[in-house]
Design a protein around this ligand. Sequence first.
Ligand SMILES: Nc1ncnc2c1ncn2[C@@H]1O[C@H](COP(=O)(O)OP(=O)(O)OP(=O)(O)O)[C@@H](O)[C@H]1O
Ligand SMILES: [Mg+2]
Length: 294
Amino acid sequence: MTDTPETDTSDIPPSADVIPLAPRPELVQPPRVLAVANQKGGVGKTTTAINLGTALAAIGERVLIIDLDPQGNASTGLGIDRKSRQHSTSDVLAGEAQLRDAILSTAVPRLHIAPSTMDLSGLELQIGTQRDRAFRLRTALAPLNAGRAPGTDYTYVLVDCPPSLNLLTVNAMAAADAILVPLQCEFFALEGLSQLLQTVEQVRETLNPNLTIHGIVLTMYDSRNNLSNQVVADVREFMGRKVYETVIPRNVRVSEAPSYGKPVLVYDLKCVGSEAYLRLATEIIQREREMRAS
Ligand SMILES: Nc1ncnc2c1ncn2[C@@H]1O[C@H](COP(=O)(O)OP(=O)(O)OP(=O)(O)O)[C@@H](O)[C@H]1O
Ligand SMILES: [Mg+2]
């Protein structure tokens, strides 16, 4: 028998008075991943990724933009020069770098970016025969918030897709919770939308059963142009409640801002383009709450 010394418990208060332990630290959740996608070129994908990202960060979200376009417009538009892109999304998808090593901060507090380089255009050849080729982004994103304290974790990831339904876009769709589709208010706006929706359906059936369409954002709207108004009416009739209330106007400040390496909200906070992207951010957060509640 071991000789255990008797413990004097006389000064330990009875259990009712025990001071409760500090609550466990809140567990961080994975971020919401939204892919900004439309295989049509020049419809406002990158402009939306940059400015929606900035607007979400401005209202307190912690946002990571993933530049998945070899053109690198999101990176350039956020003032990231080519020299500082030491690790890019191309390295990440090729399995040669961790996502956290590619992430750079921007001039906007709470807004970070994983930049791209032209190397991304060779990725399909590099990994096209690998079995996990469509899941490279999903795998890279999985540990993003691991080990981060509440308040430093990312709440939104926005993936800026290239103008194609290629392996890069499929990676974005396989990794995303939902798709955000910019549609330009012009005559051929709806052309190609059914092909995009079909691809989303295929990805849902094969790679990502939880994928949804978050919403459709009408861009470059010109109220003086009858055609713009007609497009808004047609798209709302065709897609119903999936179309956000907020419409992004055509605004010269929006198109000038990237040449200064700034989001329009930093370049000119008071212009109609900035106001619209702030409204869109609020609407997206509201829609997120409704999606979670249902
Ligand atoms: N609301 C706007 N007002 C004025 N110009 C805009 C607006 N939105 C986008 N643009 C301009 O339209 C052009 C295309 O926009 P953007 O690069 O965002 O499209 P994209 O879909 O990302 O193009 P790509 O398919 O080549 O990646 C850019 O020159 C951009 O500055
Ligand atoms: Mg683009």
